[in-house]
Write a protein that binds this ligand. Structure first.
Ligand SMILES: [Zn+2]
Length: 172
């Protein structure tokens, strides 16, 4: 496990390549984030430590496009999960940085009481917050990308297929 910042724990023990990229992108993002925002997050994670996991599949819910990241607060901690093939294969470093910042923006909204349960409204205010922080998470989806993810998974199912979001949250 790697401590990325006080109370931000990164579980890096399964996916080495994706983990290396995640750490690099996280550090770039964290150093660019405004100090005020960082302080809000650090205070929040003091009460709810943040645990970051990389997942073979983001299957906690079913939606048209598999998410690249997710912020899932629990009673005593906050889980951030990210899709491994995205971390490994996305060709746009800025996009990877933006996706990590996006999930932290959800945490920021939880911390400041601005979080709203309505997903569209929450995503809209996260986009605005992200833009104000100077990050861009607008990496596009394509059929090609989806096919590449499935190909990535097909080759690794036997070795890593158990490391899904559902398994992590104990709902598999
Ligand atoms: Zn979001």
């Amino acid at each position: 496990m790697i401590i990325l910042a006080p109370n931000i724990h990164f579980h890096d023990d399964v996916f080495f390549r994706a983990s290396a990229r995640f750490v690099e992108a996280f550090q770039a993002m964290w150093s660019r984030m405004r100090e005020a925002a960082r302080n809000v997050l650090l205070a929040f994670f003091e009460t709810k430590p943040c645990h970051v996991h990389l997942c073979f599949k983001m299957d906690l819910d079913v939606r048209r496009d598999e998410p690249w990241g997710r912020c899932a607060p629990a009673t005593d901690k906050v889980f951030l999960t990210f899709l491994v093939p995205f971390m490994e294969r996305a060709d746009n470093d800025e996009g990877v940085i933006g996706v990590i910042a996006h999930e932290l923006a959800h945490c920021h909204n939880h911390a400041t009481g601005k979080y709203v349960a309505d997903e569209d409204a929450e995503e809209k205010q996260v986009s605005e917050l992200l833009a104000s922080w100077g990050f861009d998470d607008s990496i596009g989806y394509s059929d090609e990308w989806k096919a590449a993810v499935e190909m990535w998974r097909a080759c690794r199912e036997l070795s890593f297929g158990q490391h899904t979001e559902k398994q992590l949250f104990g709902v598999a």
